[in-house]
Design a protein around this ligand. Structure first.
Ligand code: PNS
Length: 165
């Protein structure tokens, strides 16, 4: 049986830190589904379709990876229906722990067959979070070290679009 993991997140946008975690996950699991979660509580910069397009483009050459969208519903249920035995989450700092701990135990309660696996990205991405990337990019700062050129281009276009509104 194939070891299948899901790698969920908002990915607004997908950063090099996310890519690093995905690459690490692919050394452990035969297949990893990146799951873009729709979050009604979070207003995102990029639409689901835009995020899907960016992640599909970035992972097109990764034979073990695919990308899906979770349109509402529980991740634990999604994991069950996909046949995944693991949920991959990237952790950068101690402050990530409380939230991750809570989610992993809740997900285990909802689906005892799924185990959350925490992976640490390369230390150079310790302070890279999508929120900070959005803010720096909006203010004209250079984020080229932290996102793929395709994402960088989408960020630039998005802020141009917004300026013209
Ligand atoms: O990148 P994020 O925003 O930290 O990811 C959070 C995410 C998408 C993994 C979490 O909000 C999630 O799992 N959402 C799906 C709905 C769900 O199952 N919520 C209960 C989690 S215990």
């Amino acid at each position: 049986m194939k070891r299948l993991a899901i790698y969920p997140g908002t990915f607004d946008p997908f950063t090099n830190g996310h890519l690093d975690v995905l690459e690490r996950a692919l050394t452990i699991f035969e297949h990893v589904i990146v799951v873009i979660a729709e979050n009604s509580r979070k207003k995102t910069l990029f639409s689901l379709d835009e995020r899907l397009d960016m992640i599909e483009t970035l992972t097109a050459t990764y034979s073990g990876a695919s990308v899906e969208v979770l349109h509402g519903g529980l991740l634990a249920e999604y994991a069950r229906s996909a046949g995944a035995t693991a949920i991959v989450r990237g952790v950068r700092q101690v402050k990530d722990f409380e939230y991750e701990f809570q989610m992993s135990l809740l997900n285990r309660h909802l689906n005892p067959e799924v185990t959350t696996v925490f992976l640490m990205p390369n230390v150079k991405y310790t302070y890279v979070a999508s929120s900070i990337i959005r803010e720096v990019a909006l203010l004209g700062g250079d984020v080229s070290k932290f996102v793929h050129p395709y994402v960088l281009d989408r960020l630039k276009k998005k802020f141009e679009e917004q300026k013209n509104l």
